[in-house]
Design a protein around this ligand. Structure first.
Ligand code: ATP
Length: 347
């Protein structure tokens, strides 16, 4: 399996370094060929190119893409926007389903005091190619008086992300999918929900429901354990998935996959974290779990039982280590290397 590795900036590089040996060890029996390519803010600073053509071509040709983090506060495009090749990759490779699982991991302190917080096990699927982000780079300001960004919801964009989410929900024990929207106010959101229920007819085995984004924000604090899979618009998913990451202990614990019909890119939800970069304090768990998601996705595509089992073993190893280790992120002393070594020895 050829894996295109894009470490990027800051702690992206550190968490990727910690993840590769874990994947190699867990997937023994399948050769994972890791090929590193440059991209990101520091590369832009050096060359004026954040995502070189060679890197894009390699990402396109690989079996899967493993991505660290990209972006740096002081390095920006001339118009002041951030360097974010991950957003370009999502559109150019049509990675329409942003899959953001949030599962409570034993030993990690949870912000909700209710004991049921231990049962949180949900997935946010964020539509990643349109919605409000369709306006990225196209917003307008008229005479310094009025600014506009336009939300775009298409039938084909909605159908494919709903279809993906129903299939995902069908593979999980609770088989439940909630469409999160603002259909009571916006025409585009009502359309998103209409297409959702059309697709639902093809999946009678999955319980389909809808919920407004504001009510979902409330219920994420009151009873997040009730949710199974959620499908939502790009901007709502952006915000909601940071909230769900917070519910299970923060950015260092939150993995993600950006998945399309042809390509899959896997990355921790966090950014390059300039405040802790270079100090060995980054928690690599989110990246390691993203790597496990990658193996699982490759397993499904290739039918490899070894890879499917490797993904499970990584998750099980991660579930063991925080019974004794406390990451820096939660006031403990365990850094990148300690966490990597603990996962390796538990494998
Ligand atoms: P972006 O906009 O690229 O998502 P950001 O600046 O919003 O990035 P992060 O870079 O994710 O956010 O960092 C947010 C906070 O979380 C920082 O204080 C950072 O140190 C912390 N953080 C992020 N990832 C980790 C990690 N893997 N381990 C420990 N702390 C982390």
């Amino acid at each position: 399996m050829k894996i295109c590795v894009l470490p990027g900036d800051g702690i992206g590089v550190e968490v990727i370094e910690a993840t590769l040996p874990v994947l190699e060890k867990a997937a023994k029996g399948v050769t994972l060929e890791f090929q590193h390519y440059p991209a990101g803010a520091q590369h832009y600073k050096k060359t004026g190119d954040a995502l070189p053509d060679g890197t894009f071509a390699a990402a396109q040709a690989a079996d899967a893409i493993l991505f660290g983090a990209m972006g740096w506060p002081d390095i920006r495009y001339p118009d002041g926007t951030e360097i974010a090749p991950q957003l370009d990759l999502r559109v150019r490779l049509q990675l329409y389903a942003g899959v953001r699982p949030a599962r409570a991991i034993p030993g990690i302190p949870l912000p909700l005091a209710d004991p049921r917080a231990k049962e949180i096990d949900l997935v946010v699927v964020r539509e990643s190619t349109e919605g409000l982000f369709a306006s990225r780079g196209k917003g307008t300001v008229e005479a310094d008086r009025e600014a506009r960004d336009t939300m775009v919801i298409t039938r084909s964009g909605s159908e494919r992300v709903h279809e993906f989410s129903f299939r995902l929900a069908a593979r999980r024990p609770r088989r439940s999918l909630t469409c999160v929207d603002k259909a009571n106010v916006f025409t585009s959101m009502a359309f998103f929900r209409k297409v959702f229920y059309e697709v639902a007819k093809r999946h009678p085995g999955v319980r389909a429901a809808h919920h407004y984004i504001d009510a979902t924000a409330l219920d994420m604090v009151r009873k997040p354990w009730d949710f199974d899979v959620i499908v939502t618009e790009n901007m709502f998913g952006d915000i909601l998935s940071d909230l769900t990451a917070g519910l299970v202990g923060g950015m260092g614990m939150a993995p993600s996959g950006d998945i399309g019909d042809e390509h899959g890119l896997f990355q921790p939800c966090h950014g390059s974290a300039p405040d802790i970069a270079g100090q060995g304090k980054a928690n690599p768990t989110a990246c390691i779990l993203s790597g496990a998601m990658m193996l699982d996705w490759l397993a499904e595509r290739s039918g490899s039982a070894v890879l499917a089992q490797a993904a499970r073993r990584i998750e099980q190893a991660v579930d063991e280590i925080f019974k004794t280790l406390q990451p820096f992120e939660f006031g403990g002393r365990a850094g990148t290397r300690e966490i990597r070594d603990a996962v390796l020895s538990n494998l």
